[in-house]
Design a protein. Structure first.
Length: 258
């Protein structure tokens, strides 16, 4: 996960910069911690490479969104199976031999191509989000980790890249899915930073990303282990996700200028 960085255009994120956090303020009974979030956001804006601050903001402003998502997840047949089987999604995502053996048009192969091209690993998100050790409920912990590990799968499925504005759009999409205020705040901060260098078209693309997240099926309760084996186009159709045309147009227009 590479959150809003500089605004010198849609440059690709550098090789996995997901450092371990230096601070891990815990969740406090679901209470919002706006001052903690504000300080972390200032540090993130000052140094966009401090990916760990993203998780501080999310943690400080999430309220009970994680618990609410978990309750919804447990109520689904897939959620019950995942919890009963203690499925760990990252195990599938780190098995590159198995991913490489999947059909060329599958989501799994597209994911493998994506992470190899970007020089990232699923483990990088684990290192940047070690606050999960603060979650005592094993079921809630599994759900939290599963959501974390979906991030780069959502990049591939939605079509939003790891350029800085692609991350902002994916955050808008993810906020619509999770209702986590921390993600919403970071997404809005990223939008504001991109308005001047990329123009007002970013607002339209941002809103489109949010609406796409609202229209799509609820991705946390999808069977990603199975979807990895399916053709990417089929996965997008099944999940109700369309090509992000406005985002792609903006990136294509901005690229020659940088």
């Amino acid at each position: 996960m590479t959150m809003p960085q500089d605004t010198k255009g849609p440059t690709q994120a550098s090789v996995d910069q997901r450092a371990r956090p230096g601070s891990t303020e815990p969740r406090v009974n679901g209470r919002l911690q706006p001052l903690t979030a504000f300080r972390a956001l200032r540090r993130l804006i000052a140094d966009p490479e401090r990916t760990e601050e993203v998780f501080v903001v999310i943690r400080a402003l999430s309220g009970t969104s994680l618990e609410q998502g978990y309750a919804r997840f447990r109520a689904t047949a897939l959620g019950q199976r995942v919890l009963a089987e203690q499925r760990v999604l990252i195990d599938r995502l780190t098995d590159r031999t198995a991913l490489r053996a999947l059909p060329a048009d599958s989501l799994g192969r597209a994911y493998l191509t994506f992470v190899e091209r970007e020089g990232i690993t699923a483990e990088g998100l684990v290192e940047a989000s070690d606050h999960e050790s603060l979650i005592a409920d094993p079921g809630l912990l599994l759900f939290s980790q599963r959501q974390r590990d979906m991030h780069d799968l959502w990049h591939v499925t939605t079509g939003y890249g790891r350029d800085t504005f692609g991350e902002v759009c994916l955050l808008a999409f993810t906020y619509a899915q999770t209702r986590n205020r921390g993600l919403g705040v970071i997404a809005l901060a990223g939008l504001a930073k991109h308005l001047r260098p990329m123009g007002w078209g970013v607002l339209s693309a941002f809103i489109t990303a949010y609406r796409a997240g609202k229209r799509a099926r609820w991705l946390p309760a999808e069977d990603w282990e199975l979807l990895l084996t399916r053709p990417l186009d089929e996965v997008r159709t099944t999940l109700g996700i369309s090509d992000p045309v406005r985002y792609r147009s903006l990136i294509a227009q901005a690229a020659p200028a940088y």
